[in-house]
Design a protein around this ligand. Structure first.
Ligand SMILES: [Zn+2]
Length: 258
């Protein structure tokens, strides 16, 4: 009988670059854990410093219309802080924008530029704002699109332009060039991180989002299935896929994962 090797055939190298500092910008609490949490955990384990920014506090993230949105927001912020601790983020910022009504307006852009200039990341990870449909299998939430495009617009050009939001510079928040964007949940991935060693952390972090877990017994298998699919292009057991946009090619001083 023929024995088949279960290792998938790789068609790309695993993504090896790692930022010293990275900022993750999401629309809702739990997006970061359904998104790039295992990559964040891998980078943090290797010495990177990560910070998470949630544009909303998820106050529409329930099925019960009698629920107090402010109470739900407080619950979800606590869940997100617990999840961030599991992943290893240095901190979490909530911008307290309205869930379900996030808009890429100047107010949000200024908030994000403030975060970028204060934290000074090499890379920003956010939603791919160009995704309206997930193939033919679903619609991307309007807040995800808004958070993604707001983050991109904040990174380039606003955060690096001293003339943009001049009061920030007057407060001492100097312009900052984030060199790379890693866009998650993309229909056009071009970089895959091997997260075989840190997928468990992503799953553990997801379990912190108790208010959002309708079928916690299915979580483990579902996450492993997704991550296995995203590992196929690099021949890894588990992977996370990104659309990588290199704004400033400057690899010289960037550490590599070995
Ligand atoms: Zn979301």
């Amino acid at each position: 009988m023929v024995q088949f090797d279960a290792t998938p055939l790789a068609r790309a190298d695993a993504h090896a670059w790692r930022p010293d500092r990275f900022l993750v910008i999401t629309a809702h609490p739990d997006d970061a854990e359904f998104g790039p949490a295992a990559t964040a955990a891998r980078w943090i384990d290797a010495g990177s410093v990560g910070h998470l920014v949630c544009c909303t506090s998820g106050d529409q993230g329930g099925e019960d219309p009698t629920l107090d949105p402010m109470a739900l927001a407080a619950t979800r912020e606590a869940e997100q802080r617990a999840a961030a601790l599991v992943v290893g983020y240095a901190g979490v910022t909530f911008l307290h924008q309205p869930d379900g009504a996030l808009a890429n307006d100047l107010a949000l852009r200024e908030q994000l530029v403030r975060e970028i200039r204060a934290f000074r990341p090499d890379a920003v990870l956010t939603h791919d704002p160009e995704v309206l449909f997930y193939g033919d299998g679903g619609v991307n939430h309007a807040d995800h699109r808004a958070a993604g495009i707001a983050a991109v617009d904040a990174v380039f050009p606003a955060a690096r332009n001293p003339m943009a939001f001049p009061r920030l510079a007057r407060e001492g928040l100097a312009p900052h060039r984030a060199r790379r964007l890693y866009l998650f949940w993309s229909n056009r991935p071009n970089a895959w991180v091997d997260v075989s060693d840190t997928l468990d952390r992503r799953i553990d972090a997801l379990r912190c989002h108790v208010s959002q877990m309708h079928h916690p017994e299915r979580l483990d298998a579902r996450m492993r299935e997704w991550a296995a699919e995203e590992g196929v292009p690099i021949g890894a057991r588990y992977g996370e896929a990104f659309r990588l946009v290199v704004i400033d090619a400057d690899e010289v001083d960037a550490p590599e994962i070995v």
